[in-house]
Design a protein around this ligand. Sequence first.
Ligand code: ADP
Length: 451
Amino acid sequence: MFEKVLIANRGEIALRIHRACREMGIKTVAVHSTVDANAMHVKLADEAVCIGPAPAKDSYLNKAAIISAAIMTGADAIHPGYGFLSENAEFAEMVEAHGITFIGPSPKMIRMMGDKVTAKKAAIESGLPVIPGSEGEVKTVEDALMWGEKIGYPVIVKAAAGGGGKGMKVAHNPSEMADAFTLAKNEAKSSFANDVVYIEKYLQTPRHIEIQILGDNYGNVVHLGERDCSLQRNHQKVLEESPSPALNPEQRKQIGEIAANAMKKLGYSNVGTIEFLYENGQFYFLEMNTRVQVEHPITEAVTGVDIVRDQIRVSSGAVLGYKQEDIHFNGYAMECRINAEDPETFVPWPGKIGQWHVPGGLDVRVDSGMYAGYTVPPNYDSMVAKLIVHGRTRNGVLMRLRRALEEFVIEGIRTTIPLHQKIIADPEFIDGQYNIHWLEQFLAENKKKSE
Ligand code: ADP
């Protein structure tokens, strides 16, 4: 087992990793930018190294500074968390070249899954159902039009290097294709320095359902069930739940097995999430994330598996130690992502936190690096807390979530708590009747009502 792990991230996930390490008797090294000197994970870590100024490109994305910090402190592994360098194959290679373990899958897997064109190819080869679309890259508007005809409109033009919902444009008919193609290509180039795009059928009312995978270096792979992440704004997840209200146990077992078998076939190890769109009883592979995800705690709540702990264990070469039949699904869980944003306009609202009181009680978990008097910097993602609630029934979870949101006190900044309160009070949401467009329609209707 590792003796010392460097955490190459910030915020709640840095704290989450620190906690797992602490419970395993592993020492931690925090790295931070100048504006994060007072962050909670920096205070709690055994050692801390400042790796640069506030802009992420100079600190949390500064590969040389992070690896130097690991060498200097004698860390034997680096945990990248999510975002930043977590899916950067070159970084993983650099880490390993310095004799340090990268806590994640092999650079080869990261590279393959990081490019959506090669990922889709691997998905097809390993037996995962995919969305009908172009066979690989689409290079010209003429080819795009040809694929539009072949697949049938509407279609979506997507960046191979895409992430965070960027570089995606829908064409509803041939007259929209030239614009969609050019816009997606330009956005891909400016956001990812890679203008490769491809085309697939645009599904109109799908749900976003993803399967959590966990595997070791010896071919053992299990799935930990699904998460329904259909509640999205600008292709970004807002509230997640597990299990999905759309699946029955038989469907859950089936897609879980398909996903786990595909990963065995590919020789995938470590944590990973296979994202699917789900429409009319069919699953379609969307992409794979080769890292721990923001919403992993709802899976921890329903399975009792400590995902980050087991990720660290398998990275150190340990065997997984349990089989699929040892995984039992227990109850329901939901997670609200609480952002420092105006709950109606979504304008970011960083600043100094006054009072800070988190809810507690049975089956309530808050993952956050915030505290009273802390100043939320404007330089990073606006998420300030994740509220995770577990219960025996879905209705019980909704009641508990309502109670927990009421108890949450965050003063000094605006947050999206009022938005979550509205969502969980809506009859359609309560019924579990929602798809990936539901939240944006809900927001538009609410706006109209208030005008
Ligand atoms: P990113 O890596 O940017 O998150 P994804 O490929 O995971 O991109 O897609 C993000 C979201 O965009 C999906 O959850 C879904 O809402 C929407 N989306 C992507 N592809 C399609 C598609 N073919 N049809 C309908 N919606 C899509």
